[in-house]
Write a protein that binds this ligand. Structure first.
Ligand code: MN
Length: 129
């Protein structure tokens, strides 16, 4: 099987590299995509075990990208975790309604980020307040 594969979809290079760095440091195999289109391509090339999806992407946003992944029988079982700087009431509901398994807020908490990802990877924790 190898290490769990995580696809990090994030258009901000600093955030993308930080997430990639933290996950690789824990042994995960990480691929990165800057856009929804690049994410779809990456998913086709190598199915990830989990997708971290920035909600705010240039072009197609992360929620629409998630809806498309969830509408496709080939990809609907891949858990998608929304990542957003917007911690506004209602954002969690929007993410869950789009099909996300949960929600991580930015700025990433470097002390707990990998644990949050691991919890979603093991299929357990739906982060609910
Ligand atoms: Mn963004």
């Amino acid at each position: 099987m190898g290490e769990p594969k995580i696809l990090v979809v994030e258009d901000n290079a600093v955030n993308r590299r930080l997430a990639g760095y933290l996950l690789r440091a824990k042994g995960y195999e990480v691929r990165e995509a800057e856009t929804a289109a690049a994410a779809f391509e990456a998913v086709r090339a190598q199915r990830p075990d989990l997708i971290l999806m920035d909600v705010q992407l240039a072009g197609m946003d992360g929620l629409e990208a998630t809806r498309r992944l969830k509408a496709d029988p080939a990809t609907r079982d891949i858990p998608v975790v929304a990542v957003t700087a917007y911690a506004m009431p209602g954002d969690r509901e929007k993410a869950l309604a789009a099909g996300c398994a949960g929600y991580i807020t930015k700025p990433l908490d470097t002390a707990t980020f990998v644990e949050q990802v691991a919890a979603h990877l093991s299929g357990g924790a739906r982060s609910e307040d």
